[in-house]
Ligand binder design. Structure first.
Ligand code: CTP
Ligand code: CA
Length: 226
């Protein structure tokens, strides 16, 4: 049991959390990224550590400060996050993928700063590897939690992601709603399991959302034979 943990439900468990927005480089001074603050993932890592878990947080771009008692691994791109997660996957009991991973990256990275020339510049992008889907395919004993950021048909898209990526839970947020999603201190989420909607939470501080989610994860893991 860790000195900083006030509870013990996850003592002896190894938890891997990803957070923040990946940055996909164009050249040494430019990249493509998104509005993710990393706050939801950091709150989840803290909530897991408070329950006695051994927590590793793999963080891309974020404004959140490091957390006492949580191992922090910094990455930049989707590819680096994929490698960092895969290295630690076998040893993990619970994996929570709260990161906003870029779906596309520039096909090539210029080794030197791109100089301006023509009036129009067309960027060619290619798909990144879907980290969560890869984890779902390679799942052995891990409890896998994905996120789904949606602006419409939340339940349908969330369940689709849960099945497609072989997740145990999917946490969906309607990012078009006030008080939910990127770069805020609050979130409004719905938790989906294999049989559909489990729980719809009201607007809460991300710390409270994290606490609810960890409670739910612990409960679902007790149901599921290890
Ligand atoms: N995810 C991932 N690797 C990617 C893209 C997404 O691991 N290359 C993960 C996210 O971390 C999140 C989940 O997949 O846990 C869902 O992300 P989301 O962007 O909502 O869904 P996508 O599957 O990327 O589909 P789309 O963006 O088209 O809705
Ligand atoms: Ca996406």
């Amino acid at each position: 049991k860790h000195w900083f943990a006030s509870r013990t439900e996850l003592a002896g468990k190894s938890v891997l959390v990803t957070a923040g927005g990946t940055a996909e480089r164009l050249d040494p001074v430019r990249f493509l990224t998104n509005d993710s603050s990393g706050k939801m993932g950091f709150a989840l890592a803290e909530a897991a550590a408070n329950r006695g878990a051994d927590v590793t947080l793999i963080a891309a771009r974020t404004t959140a400060p490091p957390i006492v008692g949580v191992k922090l691994v910094r990455v930049e791109s989707a590819e680096q996050m994929l490698q960092a997660v895969l290295e630690r996957y076998d040893a993990a009991d619970i994996v929570i993928k709260a990161a906003a991973v870029a779906d596309y990256r520039p096909v090539s990275q210029a080794p030197t700063k791109i100089k301006k020339s023509e009036e129009k510049l067309v960027l060619e992008l290619e798909r990144t590897t879907d980290i969560l889907k890869t984890l779902g395919e390679r799942k052995t004993h891990q409890f896998l939690v994905g996120f789904a950021a949606e602006t419409e048909q939340v339940a349908q898209y969330a369940m689709d992601k849960l099945r497609r990526k072989n997740c145990d839970l999917v946490v969906a947020n309607d990012v078009s709603q006030d008080g939910a999603g990127f770069n805020l201190d609050t979130n409004v989420v719905q938790i989906f399991g294999k049989d559909g909607l489990i729980e719809a939470l009201p607007q809460l501080h991300k710390r409270e959302v994290a606490d609810h989610l960890l409670e739910r994860i612990v409960r679902q893991m007790q149901k599921k034979p290890a």
